[in-house]
Design a protein around this ligand. Structure first.
Ligand code: TYM
Length: 343
C-alpha cells in the first residue's frame, strides 16, 4: 500500500449530543485548530448528527446542539474558510459509503468494540442497530475523504483501528489500492481528560454530576468553583513526571494545565513542583478562565445568529461533496454498481 499517493487530509468529528466539555476541547477541538493552522493538510471537521441519533435525541435539542457545536468549533478557532465545516447529514455520501462498509465489516468486529459494550451494556437486545453499526459509519466518515490523519482523544483509538481494518479488507476483497490506512493522531498532554471528581473516570458530558466536568458554556465563576472543589490528594506537587504515578487526580490537573498553556507536563512541573494544591488550583482556575471564557462568550454571540451558522454548514457541505461524490462513485464502480448514463 502506497500511502503517499493520497493528499494529506485531516478528518475528525464530534457528536452533537449535548454540551461540549473540556475533554472535547483539549482532546479534540484544540488539536483540530492546530492541524488547521500548521498547514500542509486539507482539514474537514464534522458534526456527526447521524451518529448522535444512534441513541435517542429530542429533535429540537439535536438542531440546537448541532448549531452550538458549530459555534464551539468557530469560537475555538476553526476558520470556515480554511477548513471545511459540515454536519454529516448534509453530505449524503457518508451514509452511502457507510452502507457499503456495513457489508465489509464483520459482526464479530463490531461486537468487540468497547464503546458498544459500554453503551449497550447488558441491555444490548434493546440497543439500536445503528449503535451496533456505529463504527462502520465512522470509518465511512473518514474514508469518504480518503483522509490520511484523524486527530482524536484516546477513547477513539479502537474505532480508528477498526477503520484501518475495514479499509484493508475492502482493498483486499476487491483487489484494489483504493482506501488509505488512516493514521490516528492522539497527541498532547490531554488525550484523556479525567473527571474532576474521580481521576479513574473519563470526563464526560453524560456524567450525572456537573461538578465532574467543565462545560464549554460554563462562566468564569462556575469554572473557578469546579476547579476549587476538584478532588486532589494532600501531597505537594512533584517536580518530575515520575512523581505523578498513582496520583490520578494530581496528574489530571497538571495535564489540563499543560494542555491549556501549550506546555509539556515536564515544563509545568519544573515551575510548580513543591507547591500545594491550595496554591496550584487558583493558578489553574485563572488559566482556564483566561482560555475558556472568551470561547464561551463567542459561542453565545454566534448562537444569536443561527442563520449565519446554517449558511456556513450549507457552504461546507457543497465544498465537501466536491470531494466525496467522486470517491463514492469510484467505490460503486469498484463494487460493480451500474452507473447512471449521462446526457
Ligand atoms: P465524541 O463526540 O464522543 O467525542 C469527540 C472527541 O472528543 C474526544 N474526547 C476526549 N478527549 C480527551 N478527554 C476526554 N475526556 C474526552 N472526551 C471526548 C474524543 O476522543 C473525540 O475525539 N465516535 C466519535 C465521533 C466520530 C468521529 C468520526 C471521530 C464520528 N465519526 C470520524 C473521528 C473521525 C465520538 O463519539 O466522539
Amino acid at each position: 500500500m502506497t500511502q503517499d499517493k493520497f493528499t494529506p487530509r485531516v478528518f475528525s468529528g464530534i457528536q452533537p449530543s449535548g454540551g461540549l466539555t473540556l475533554g472535547n476541547y483539549l482532546g479534540a477541538i484544540k488539536r483540530f485548530v492546530d492541524m488547521q493552522d500548521q498547514g500542509g493538510f486539507e482539514t474537514v471537521y464534522c458534526m456527526v448528527d447521524l451518529h448522535a441519533i444512534t441513541v435517542w435525541q429530542d429533535p429540537a435539542d439535536l438542531t440546537r446542539n448541532t448549531r452550538e457545536l458549530c459555534a464551539g468549533f468557530i469560537a475555538s478557532g476553526i476558520d470556515p474558510e480554511k477548513s471545511i465545516l459540515i454536519n454529516q447529514s448534509q453530505v449524503p455520501e457518508h451514509a452511502q459509503l457507510g452502507w457499503v462498509f456495513n457489508c465489509v465489516a464483520r459482526m464479530g468486529w463490531m461486537g468487540r468494540m468497547t464503546q458498544w459494550k459500554d453503551k449497550a451494556g447488558k441491555n444490548s437486545e434493546n440497543a439500536s442497530l445503528g449503535l451496533f453499526g456505529y463504527p462502520a459509519l465512522m470509518a465511512a466518515d473518514i474514508l469518504i475523504y480518503h483522509a490520511t490523519h484523524v486527530p482524536v482523544g484516546e477513547d477513539q483509538k479502537q474505532h480508528l483501528e477498526l477503520t484501518r481494518d475495514i479499509a484493508a479488507k475492502f482493498n483486499h476483497d476487491y483487489k484494489v489500492d483504493f482506501f488509505p490506512l488512516t493514521e490516528p493522531v492522539i497527541e498532547g498532554a490531554a488525550t484523556r481528560v479525567m473527571s474532576l471528581r474521580d481521576g479513574s473516570k473519563k470526563m464526560s458530558k453524560s456524567d450525572p454530576s456537573d461538578m465532574a466536568r467543565i462545560n464549554m458554556t460554563d462562566d468564569a465563576d462556575a469554572i473557578a468553583k469546579k476547579i476549587r472543589k476538584a478532588k486532589t490528594d494532600p501531597d505537594a506537587l512533584p517536580s518530575e513526571v515520575k512523581g505523578l504515578e498513582n496520583r490520578p487526580e494530581a496528574r489530571n490537573l497538571v495535564n489540563i494545565y499543560a494542555a491549556l498553556n501549550d506546555q509539556s507536563v515536564d515544563a509545568v512541573l519544573r515551575d510548580v513542583g513543591g507547591r500545594q494544591f491550595g496554591e496550584f488550583k487558583p493558578m489553574l482556575a485563572d488559566l482556564a478562565v483566561a482560555k475558556l471564557a472568551p470561547i464561551s462568550s463567542e459561542m453565545a454571540r454566534l448562537m444569536g445568529h443561527p442563520d449565519e451558522i446554517d449558511r456556513i454548514l450549507t457552504r461546507g457541505a457543497e465544498r465537501a461533496r466536491a470531494i466525496t461524490a467522486p470517491i463514492l462513485r469510484k467505490t460503486y464502480d469498484i463494487v460493480g454498481m451500474v452507473p447512471p448514463v449521462s446526457g
